[in-house]
Design a protein around this ligand. Sequence first.
Ligand code: HEM
Length: 437
Amino acid sequence: MVIVTAKQPQLGHARAMRQNMIEYLEALAQQGDCLKIPLFMARGYYLNHPDDIRQILVVKADCFHKPFPVKYAAKGLFGENIFTTDGKLWEVLRQTLQPAFQSQQIKNHSQIMIQASREMVDRWEPGQTIEICQAMMDLTMGITTQAFFGVDLRGKAEGKVLVRFTELFNERISGIPVPAWLPLPVTLELKRYLNQGYKFFNSLIAERRAAKGTYTDILAMILNAQAADETGLITDQQVRNEVSNLFAAGYEVTGNSLAFTLYLIHKHPSVEARLRAEIEQVIGNRPITLDDLAQMPYLECVLKESMRLLPVNTVFARQSTTNVAWADRSIPKNSFILISPWTLHRRADIFADPLAFNPDRFEVKVRSQIPKFAYLPFGGGPRICLGQAFAMTQMRINLATILQQYRLTTAPDYQLVPYFSFNTRPKHGLPMQLEKV
Ligand code: HEM
């Protein structure tokens, strides 16, 4: 099929994207699988077929890099990191960081995940209504800061700095590129938080170098890799950039994915009943262990289906570095490519009755029928999410521990409105009431 030009929204493409990204993407999906988007001073493409997406993320991955606005913000403000960079530096960073996220390491961190989940539910009071997105982000902060840096930053000044830095970082890399030297209030605020964050990481790194003890957190693994690095690319500044970026990459997305999943479970009583039966059968009232996860296939299906229907990473982008062609497609150099898990996961030809929440789609015997590159909550190809296994392990432990003790419900008139701002979250928050089971 040839590439057709997307209909011009009333506001124009760029403003329509900024006003309501989800509506904008859904309108594109109605028009076809491969669309040209005329943008001001640039050309964009929207690709929504797994075969085309595979070309971008795998087959022709060398012809694409992260888009200019992301790189520009990173270079001017926070420095390059694994998420924003390409080429040799990305390769070295990926090799350096990958071992820290392998199964043995995740096993080492599972105790932190279990303990933090239990402590949270032990603090909850039956009858209480809590903002679940905030609670899940707080839980994620406790887990990631302990697993990554060996300290729990919840409720601490440094934790608040990291959270605000993450919000500003996300805003900046998804917004219009603005020169870092312009003294805009948002830039000044970002620089202030950045300096405070750097101070914290500099002293943490200095402490680690001076300490005799052995550490098993991710910072320790990166420092060991830095010591063995022969390229000279893993400078102290790079280590600092990576640890802060790893936190930023996982904090909001994991928290909001958990919140959406708890909402979907509540809205689907038959799914909830089946999931509770599985949890009851495998762990009953005792604390969960990492080995229990293998005995809880339905929990995994529920989480996967939640990330299909409400993928927090709703859209991601690439930019072509050269003219690229495959089959009957051709994309000129410097074009922006939009790939949207949100619309891809709602293709009726791939996911029958796509708006239905049906975890059985991911049942082991049938999941292989889902075409490759049709399901991308964690992206795909060489740049697939580095924290995928960490996040999947954490979220299953969190969910099982919560459901063991509580039923979470929303008010009867609550309407979930997904809202995109760098990633997707409930527009008006997600208050949930806690009922002891
Ligand atoms: C539910 C949780 C998460 C979701 C849905 C998610 C999703 C994604 C997606 C879609 C990408 C690919 C972006 C692209 O190709 O442009 C990505 C990349 C990445 N994610 Fe995650 N992520 C999650 C959790 C985490 C966690 C916990 C970490 C940290 C340990 C993390 C670290 C990264 C990094 C470093 C990259 C960049 C990899 C590279 O470019 O080589 N993510 N993530």
